[in-house]
Design a protein around this ligand. Sequence first.
Ligand SMILES: [Zn+2]
Length: 121
Amino acid sequence: MSGIFHEGRWYENTDMICRRCGRPVYDSDNPEYCYQCFHCDEDFYSFEVEEQDALYLPPVMVARPVDGITLNEALEYLLDDTGKTRIFQNQPEAEAFLLCHGFTSEDLEHFYFVEVPENEE
Ligand SMILES: [Zn+2]
């Protein structure tokens, strides 16, 4: 699963993007709407968003709950050799990396593939 943490809550990728800013939208917290854009800070109906280019997969970081307990914020991120959070080109690449490093596909279910936020301009 890929997605983002927003204010401590996990939002799964919906494959839909905001018409206004082109960023991904996530399930709305407001039952009247389908989606929300965190960048525009607005809720949308399903006809107000666009499908994401099917070929596009966002870059991700790999995280897992510390000690296997899912608690807000208590995640450890996979680091690179210099101690920075390792960023993968996309989720399949991250999964391939983990499989090469001794994790099983069952293990992968316990990882979060956290989309890297775009730089705010
Ligand atoms: Zn937007």
